[in-house]
Write a protein that binds this ligand. Structure first.
Ligand code: WT7
Length: 634
């Protein structure tokens, strides 16, 4: 990445200028110099935000796995591609070389082909953070199948919804998973899900916990023997630049998750280029992102971005608290990690433990620290800077989304200074704007507004699987000719961006996006629930937590278990991450005269901010507010 390698502030400024005055030439240069193509493009960019149509590198032919694997075999076949660090520190870690990863991916590709999977077919992957997860993802990409990874913390119901939405006839899973001291019966969850998924005819099962696996005849097959017999070479399918590479679900403001579709070429170019520059990755560095591959961060910055750069990337199966809260620092010390990328919620949980788990660890290998997923508060930022970075590691606060495919706003180590709680500046090629409530672009600095992006970048999602109109409506109809992020932001006097949080019905809990509507829908399924409303409130570790206000059909019929039943329902239907931290049963919810629930007031109550409820006299039922305050659970 020579010409457009960002290594000084002046260079950033001049590259940024090039990238927006002549975006096509800019991206075309990056794409031609840094990747292998079977065929170059005819057109660099075609776009129309009104119809939500974006096309990059049209006419090009490629396979992303040739860029992530094959091309490294000549000079770097023995270099470690993935370091697998298991849940239990007593088990040994595994170093997978580029050669071995290539062969294992090919074998898996051949297994999938043998099961009839071909280009364009969807493959759902429901696996813990073990090598087979990375291998399955890459195998799909190799044969042109569209992978859809479903985070292994989701419930059977959430899994079934996603399998049915994308129409996958195959699921790759494992007998179970380890998470700290817990063992989770993944296969059991899959079995439950599949009772609602008639199209699935094949389940490939990885043996992880060595449990006795209940194999459904004619449907379930153990992977190990299949892989053993598979050929270790598989041709890479030739893909069009715009062919879908994967679908990844994200929650929205209705009950149905949105299957964001990313395409091959643009996604590859953008994730690889951002990875190299934002983490300032150097050839022999060891890079670790603690996310799960079930989220976009794992797709872009555990797998595709690092592997396209021939990096060494760590996959960690466990949790930060097992066997104790020193685990992250043990891993940093053990593998001499140079770049460490995690989420504010993890930083806060670790900070709460003080420094007792850090002082005896040698974490001096660290050079760059990263954070992602939600706004980071100043206290957590300072703790991270001081105790982990020892005040010498730049922190990159990277703002982006499942929909954006890669990082859009971030500082760059040694080039664009970090500023606590600010994501800082747009990456090259990115044109963020702030919009006011009258849909005008705000030109000044030191202002807040709604964050939009006014020009396409290569890794923008192309559509929502099966529902392009929803894609148009959600992202391109609020502001004319702009991609609307759903976030609010502040731009300071120098042009640094601080993301202030969601301005829609999504609440970010421990870095996970949760739509309030889908959770309310589930609560309302409880036989005695009439109505519910969920709002967020600040939480020391999770950033935000969920507070549910619930009205019952028959309040004389409240059993002691009602709240537990509601939380169990949420856990079963969505997943434990969506459980309510606080729940208040109430006679009525405050409504406007047109019958809309006044969430603004509920939010204030949840935040304990009773003095700023605003004018409640215009409500249909102001007495509901008084009753809620009177019975407030704290
Ligand atoms: C939402 C996207 C992109 C990877 C993980 C989340 C929030 C993300 C930051 C940050 C403040 C952030 C935004 C965004 N967010 N990164 N550095 N500072 N907020 O992906 O699940 O699609 O969530 O996460 O609100 O819109 P996602």
């Amino acid at each position: 990445m020579d010409k457009y390698n960002i290594s000084t502030k002046d260079q950033y400024n001049s590259i940024y200028k090039d990238s927006i005055t002549n975006p096509e030439e800019f991206w075309s240069e990056i794409a031609s110099k840094n990747f292998i193509w079977k065929n170059k493009w005819d057109t660099v960019l075609k776009w129309d935000f009104k119809q939500a149509k974006v096309n990059w590198f049209q006419g090009a032919k490629l396979n992303i796995t040739e860029n992530c694997l094959d091309r490294h075999l000549q000079d770097n076949s023995e270099k470690t591609a993935i370091i697998f660090e298991p849940n239990n520190p007593k088990d040994s870690s595994e170093k997978i070389t580029y050669r071995s990863l290539f062969e294992r991916v090919c074998k898996m590709s051949n297994v999938l082909k043998e099961k009839g999977i071909k280009k364009g077919d969807r493959v759902c992957i429901y696996l813990p953070m073990i090598p087979e997860l990375a291998i399955s993802v890459l195998a799909c990409a190799r044969i042109g199948a569209i992978h859809s990874v479903i985070f292994a913390g989701f419930s059977s119901n959430a899994l079934a919804t996603r399998i049915n939405d994308c129409g996958s006839r195959i699921v790759i899973t494992s007998d179970g998973s380890y998470r700290g001291e817990k063992i989770i019966d993944l296969k059991g969850i899959v079995d439950d899900a599949l009772s609602e998924c008639k199209i699935v005819d094949t389940v490939l099962v990885v043996n992880r916990i060595n449990s006795k696996i209940n194999l459904v005849d004619g449907r379930d097959i153990l992977l190990k023997p299949l892989l053993k017999n598979a050929d270790k070479y598989c041709d890479a399918e030739i893909m069009d630049a715009e062919d879908p590479l994967f679908i990844l679900y994200t929650s929205g403001s209705t009950g149905k998750p949105k299957g964001m579709v990313h395409s091959c070429a643009g996604y590859m170019v953008y994730t690889a280029y951002t990875f190299k520059n934002i983490f300032q990755y150097q050839p022999n560095n060891i890079y670790w992102c603690t996310a799960d591959i079930g989220w976009i961060t794992g797709h872009s910055y555990i797998l595709y971005g690092p592997l396209a750069n021939c990096a060494t990337t760590i996959m960690f199966e466990g949790v930060p608290s097992y066997p104790d809260f020193g685990r992250f620092w043990d891993i940093v010390e053990k593998h001499k990690v140079n770049q460490f990328y995690t989420a504010p919620t993890a930083i806060r949980a670790l900070a709460k433990q003080g420094i007792k788990h850090i002082i005896d660890k040698d974490i001096s290998s660290l050079k760059v620290l990263g954070t992602v997923g939600e706004p980071i508060n100043e206290e957590a930022w300072n703790w991270y800077d001081k105790n982990i970075g020892k005040n010498k590691c730049p922190i990159v606060d990277t703002w982006w989304q499942t929909e954006t495919g890669g990082i859009l706003i971030s500082s760059i180590p040694g080039i664009i200074d970090s500023k606590p709680t600010f994501a800082t500046f747009p990456f090259v090629g990115i044109q963020p704007v702030l919009m006011d409530s009258e849909s005008n672009e705000i030109i000044d600095n030191d202002v807040v507004g709604r964050l939009c992006i006014k020009f396409p970048w290569p890794s923008i999602a192309r559509t929502i699987w099966g529902n392009h109109q929803r894609y148009v409506n959600t992202y391109f109809s609020t502001f004319n000719n702009m991609y609307f992020t759903g976030d609010g932001a502040y731009r300071d006097a120098d042009g640094n961006f601080r993301i202030t949080g969601r301005v829609d019905d999504v609440i970010i809990v421990s870095g996970h996006n949760l739509g309030t509507a889908p959770i309310e829908d589930v609560i309302n399924e409880h036989k005695n629930v009439a109505e519910s409303a969920i709002v967020g409130f600040p939480h020391e570790i999770k950033g935000n937590a969920l507070y549910g206000f619930v009205t019952l059909k028959d309040s004389s019929n409240v059993s002691d278990n009602t709240k537990d039943e509601i939380n169990k329902l949420i856990s079963d239907k969505i997943g434990p991450i969506a459980k309510l931290d606080k729940m208040q049963l109430t006679e009525a919810l405050p409504k406007t005269r047109s019958g809309k629930i006044m969430r603004r007031i509920l939010r204030k109550i949840a935040e304990n901010d009773f003095d700023n409820l605003g004018d409640i006299s215009t409500l249909l039922n102001p007495e509901a507010v008084e009753a809620i305050i009177k019975n407030n659970i704290r």
